[in-house]
Design a protein around this ligand. Structure first.
Ligand SMILES: NC(=O)c1ccc[n+]([C@@H]2O[C@H](COP(=O)([O-])OP(=O)(O)OC[C@H]3O[C@@H](n4cnc5c(N)ncnc54)[C@H](O)[C@@H]3O)[C@@H](O)[C@H]2O)c1
Length: 370
């Protein structure tokens, strides 16, 4: 069944369309918006190889004949300044002198979406862009909310997402059937964020994941559609209240991420984002128990579901001290004070600052695999 979620902010209003085999409706959705006489697709070799032909022929079939393509290699290390510059050049070559309305189309996961969004937000001070997310993570998280950007290397260190903009897409079209080729590890990467949405806002979503795990891990479209729809609606509600993260509302999306980011960073990004957030959610739930905010049995439920999904709950490859040190550089730490999003129930979180270091330390200690 086709689902449409509308996201409205001060700067924009756009549809997130979710369904199976809906990619053929892309051109008509774009035409309704009247944003494209030409389209420049940004993608990766793998994704464009899988779905590029279908998309280009669908656009041409609907008389959007002027289509350009810019491909850059897969992987976080390619969300780089040099690829951004290269893609901008390709867009300029494609668009220059045409005086046509041009839309940039992101076809891929979060790496492609973040890069394409940043190119769109900066080329000619902003041209419309459309997201076609192809990973679970990009479907439930990165394609919506308007955060675009790239990583930047300075003094030999890569700083993730440090250069970017808030720039909302004009349309997000999530065709679940594109996920049938997604490797299981990538499905789990996004499922971790779905479980997060359940814990921060929606006990029913949490229970659904628990009850329907087999269907989800079996890529059954109705199950995937349900979790994507619910997750997008939660993110939409939060983004609408706090588009640019200035009101402490959008911060709740960072549950599991304070420790999660430290695990990624201290372990030199050997643990992927979803896995790191999964461990982070368990650790942060344990901190909530130690502070008397969350009943122990709820914490056990969180750990049980994460583990049942096949996501890790133990930290490998870094020490407690390196985690504590890395955490100090987290953007959520201000004036030396730590800040955590902690569950008080399944479906509800609170923001806490200044948590005693020994509590965090003792939780991490029990989670490290020696
Ligand atoms: N903008 C935001 O709000 C936001 C939020 C969360 C994460 N992010 C960013 O998202 C990025 C991670 O995104 P991701 O998890 O989607 O990873 P990704 O974009 O790196 O994709 C992961 C892998 O899956 C492959 N893939 C993608 N779709 C596929 C498909 N349908 N079939 C087969 N293979 C497929 C890709 O080729 C790639 O190898 C990070 O850079 C992160 O910073 C941004």
């Amino acid at each position: 069944m086709l689902k449409t979620i509308v996201l409205k902010t001060n700067s924009s209003c756009y549809k997130i369309v979710i369904g199976s085999n809906i990619i053929h409706g892309l051109a008509s959705n774009i035409k309704q918006l009247n944003i494209a006489e030409s389209i420049f697709i940004i993608s990766s070799p793998k994704i464009f190889g899988l779905y590029g032909k279908t998309i280009v022929s669908g656009l041409k079939h609907s008389c959007i004949n002027d289509v350009g393509v810019g491909i850059f290699p897969d992987g976080e290390n390619n969300k780089s300044w040099s690829n951004y510059e290269e893609l901008l050049g390709r867009v300029l070559d494609f668009d220059n002198g045409k005086k046509k309305k041009m839309t940039i189309l992101a076809l891929g996961g979060g790496v492609v979406g973040d890069m394409a969004g940043f190119v769109a937000s900066t080329y000619r001070r902003g041209v419309p862009f459309v997201q076609i997310p192809t990973t679970m993570l990009s479907a439930v998280d990165s394609s919506i909310g308007g955060k675009t950007g790239i990583d930047f290397k300075r003094k030999g260190k890569i700083i993730k997402n440090i250069v970017g903009s808030f720039y909302q897409p004009s349309l997000v079209l999530t065709d679940i059937s594109l996920q049938k080729t997604l490797p299981k590890k990538e499905l789990l990467n996004g499922l971790s964020e779905v479980i997060k949405y359940g814990i921060i806002k929606d006990v029913e979503l949490f229970q659904f994941v628990d009850k329907s795990l087999k269907l989800i891990l079996g890529y059954v479209p109705s199950a995937l559609e349900y979790i994507i729809d619910k997750s997008c609606a939660i993110k939409r509600d939060i983004v609408q209240l706090d588009e640019k993260e200035t009101k402490n509302i959008r911060a709740i999306l960072n549950y599991g991420h304070t420790i999660g980011h430290a695990i990624e960073g201290a372990g030199n990004f050997k643990t992927n984002h979803g896995e790191a957030v999964a461990i982070g959610m368990v650790c942060e739930a344990e901190i909530a128990v130690k502070l008397g905010l969350l009943p122990k049995n709820k914490c056990s439920q969180i750990e049980r579901l994460i583990s049942k999904a096949g996501l890790p709950v133990k930290i490998e490859g870094c020490s407690v001290n390196s985690l504590m040190e890395t955490m100090k550089y987290d953007k959520k730490f201000q004036k030396g004070q730590n800040k955590f999003i902690l569950p008080v129930d399944i479906g509800k979180v609170t923001v806490k600052t200044g948590i005693p270091e020994q509590i965090i330390h003792s939780v991490l200690q029990t989670r490290i695999v020696k």
